[in-house]
Design a protein around this ligand. Structure first.
Ligand SMILES: [Zn+2]
Length: 258
């Protein structure tokens, strides 16, 4: 736990504020994908350092699983008691805060949801007793010496990741204000349908806003996609995109000009 806490500490106020927001901490600033950091946290594994700097991966054995399961049964039994009120008015809430990722539970405080959370946590705890929990300092399959996972951007937008991602970053950061604006508009439009507390809804809105923004900023990219699918008549393209045929023609001309 000490290691996990240490990873969350950072010197930048901007990043502290981002990580504290339960509905945006894991999203790229520029699109609807998760940040490299959030991806790295998901891909935890346990390793053991050997002599001379070698590292051995510790497998997740049946024994570790069984021990974790036994512990989680005990904790869940206590939660059931707490829910029934046998342990005073605050114990259930205290246990939720101690054992669960509350934002991940999305308002579901049932025993099943609690068990799901606790099982994951006891497994990681038990596993890490056999070695060192890999810190979230590297993405899966990432080579040594590459930049640390970004807390602000996804793999496609991290300016330090590659030439492509730097270009995408430069292209999209100009529209950061519009990106926020389009999201706010979708929230307002679908306010009755979308649960604000649901992280999935936030992801959905961000993805949709990003797609809309891309379509607005470079209509030819959408047109190219449709042409690839075999739709070549300008009138068909116009109908599918909900614009006039003249607009399609103009967009194509502009692209050919480039
Ligand atoms: Zn991104």
């Amino acid at each position: 736990m000490g290691k996990i806490v240490a990873e969350h500490e950072t010197s930048s106020a901007r990043i502290r504020a981002k990580l504290r927001n339960p509905y945006s901490w894991c999203f790229c600033e520029l699109c609807g994908r998760t940040t490299e950091y959030a991806t790295a946290i998901e891909a935890r594994a346990v390793f053991k350092c050997l002599r001379k700097g070698a590292v051995k991966a510790i497998p997740l054995t049946d024994r570790i699983r069984q021990e974790a399961l036994r512990q989680s049964h005990e904790i869940v039994a206590r939660y059931e008691q707490a829910l029934a009120g046998d342990l005073g008015p605050y114990e259930a809430g205290r246990m939720l805060l101690a054992y669960c990722d509350v934002r991940d539970m999305r308002g579901d405080w049932t025993v099943e949801a609690f068990r799901d959370q606790v099982e994951r946590r006891t497994l990681i705890t038990e596993w890490s007793k056999h070695g060192d929990l890999q810190a979230a300092v590297r993405l899966p399959k990432q080579a040594d010496g590459t930049p640390k996972p970004s807390r602000l951007y996804c793999e496609n937008h991290n300016p330090k990741r590659s030439d492509d991602s730097r270009r995408a970053y430069q292209r999209d950061r100009r529209f950061v204000v519009e990106f926020e604006h389009v999201q706010a508009e979708i929230w307002a439009r679908d306010a009755d349908k979308l649960p604000r507390w649901d992280l999935e809804a936030h992801a959905h809105i961000r993805q949709e806003a990003y797609a809309m923004l891309q379509a607005m900023k470079s209509p030819t990219r959408l047109i190219d996609k449709l042409i690839e699918q075999g739709i070549t008549k300008q009138s068909d393209l116009a109908r599918l995109l909900g614009v006039s045929r003249q607009a399609v023609s103009a967009a194509l001309k502009e692209r050919d000009g480039k």
